[in-house]
Each structure stands twice: as structure tokens, then as C-alpha cells.
Write a protein that binds this ligand. Structure first.
Ligand SMILES: Nc1ncnc2c1ncn2[C@@H]1O[C@H](COP(=O)(O)OP(=O)(O)OP(=O)(O)O)[C@@H](O)[C@H]1O
Length: 225
């Protein structure tokens, strides 16, 4: 089976305030439908790696492929389009547009992609919101719902373009244990039932222990996984 994500010999330096090698020959592959946790102490390089995987930072050595597309070397506009079409992002802070409605927040990435009509996008966004148990809140401003609901709206937004891969940077870092379980279960179901691949940086041991696989980073290297 073609990997959902393939990372080969990734090396990354930061040069300010001094030169440090943050990622040291990182290689691994993630299969479609796999739910992977990326763990490690603060400063071990998890966020830096996720930033590269999500195509936001292109200053590295090595190669990154998602679903058979070599992302390394693509131009910024090609990367932006690839991101919007194939990668869903869920962060610790939801980054919803607070003055926009819940529904508009979810619809925006699909309107930008322009593959479906606004009416089709609206229907799809509502279906996702209902599935994520946000029924009845779709016309409220995003700032006027609870933190757990906001995170579920952010997940709906991440899913609107049916991404093959979902990347989370501490997606439950700002949630209580009840909402953490809700979000974990959503990811679990997406991986199992829709074959979507999940890569999540987490500091939550229980979250990681329940994933399919854990990759541990130590000082810019992969220790296990
Ligand atoms: N923009 C930057 N410029 C210079 N150094 C950076 C930059 N971003 C991160 N670093 C350094 O790279 C190393 C790895 O940082 P990174 O944020 O990837 O770690 P992390 O494992 O995600 O940590 P945390 O769990 O605290 O989020 C650290 O030593 C950090 O200080």
C-alpha cells in the first residue's frame, strides 16, 4: 500500500540566535488510516517536524511525500493548494474567525477550493456539524460557543475538503478530559471508518497510549516508532 505520509532523511537547522540542528535524519512512513501520536519532551523538535510535514516550512533537507506527491521542491502556490485540498489542521487553539458564524467558519476552506457549489458546501458543512454534535449552534458567532464546541467546529473546518491526512498540534491541549475524549474518539472514528490518516503531536500520555502508533522524539531524533 502506498504510504499516506513518507518522510526521508529530514534534517533541519535554525540559524538564530545560533546554529542548531533541530531535526537529525528523520525517516518514517505512515499508512493510510493510521492514527499516529508524535510525543517527546519540550524542545525535542515535534512542532518543527509537524510544521515541515504540513508544508508550512520548506527550509529543510530530505524529502516529504503525501499520498505519492513529492511536496519537497513544490512552489509556494502549489503547496498552498495542496494543503487546502489534502491536509486538515487542528491546533491547540482553534483559530476560528470569532466574528464569523460557526457555519461560515466551516464553509470557508471549501469555498476557497471552489470544487463544489456554495449550496453543496453548506449542506456538507451542516452534515459535519451535526455529526460533531454542534446542531443548533451553526448560526452563532464562533466566539459565542464553548471551548469544546469551538474545537469540534475547528475539526469540522479541517474536514470540509475531505483531507487524506489530518495533522494536529496538541489538538486537545486546551481541553478538559471529557472534551479530550470526545476529540480523540472523533479522530479514532475518522481513521477507522474513513481511512483518514491522523498525525497528532501530544503531551497527553493517555491520548498517545490509545493511538495506533507512537513516535517518540528525543533531541531531534526518533527514539521509537
Ligand atoms: N523559529 C525558531 N528559531 C530558532 N529556534 C527554534 C525556532 N523554533 C524552535 N526552535 C528551537 O528548536 C527546538 C525544537 O523546538 P520545537 O518547538 O520543535 O520543540 P517541541 O518538541 O515542539 O516542544 P514543545 O513540546 O515545547 O512544543 C528547540 O530547541 C527550540 O528552541
Amino acid at each position: 500500500m502506498r504510504p499516506a505520509l513518507s518522510v526521508n532523511n529530514i534534517v533541519k537547522y535554525f540559524h538564530e540566535p545560533e546554529t542548531i540542528q533541530v531535526l537529525k535524519e528523520i525517516s518514517f512512513a505512515v499508512q493510510p488510516g493510521e492514527f499516529l501520536a508524535l510525543v517527546g519532551k519540550s524542545g525535542s523538535g515535534k512542532s518543527t517536524l509537524l510544521y515541515l510535514l504540513s508544508t508550512m516550512d520548506t527550509d529543510y533537507e530530505g524529502t516529504i511525500d503525501i499520498n505519492g506527491t513529492r511536496l519537497t521542491g513544490l512552489k509556494q502556490n502549489e503547496l498552498a493548494r495542496f494543503r487546502n485540498e489534502h491536509i486538515g489542521f487542528v491546533f491547540q487553539f482553534h483559530y476560528l474567525l470569532p466574528e464569523f458564524s460557526v457555519l461560515d467558519n466551516v464553509m470557508l476552506p471549501a469555498l476557497k477550493l471552489g470544487k463544489l457549489s456554495p449550496e453543496q458546501i453548506r449542506t456538507k458543512a451542516l452534515e459535519l456539524l451535526y455529526k460533531l454534535d454542534i446542531k443548533g449552534h451553526e448560526n452563532k458567532k464562533a466566539s459565542r460557543i464553548s471551548g469544546g464546541q469551538q474545537q469540534r467546529v475547528a475539526i469540522a473546518r479541517a474536514l470540509i475538503n475531505d483531507p487524506a491526512i489530518i495533522m494536529g498540534d496538541e489538538p486537545t491541549g486546551n481541553l478538559d478530559s471529557k472534551n479530550t475524549k470526545v476529540v480523540f474518539d472523533i479522530f479514532r472514528q475518522l481513521a477507522r471508518e474513513s481511512g483518514q490518516t491522523i498525525v497528532a503531536v501530544t503531551h497527553d500520555d493517555e491520548f498517545a497510549a490509545n493511538c495506533d502508533r507512537v513516535i517518540e522524539m528525543v533531541d531531534g531524533k526518533i527514539l521509537a516508532g
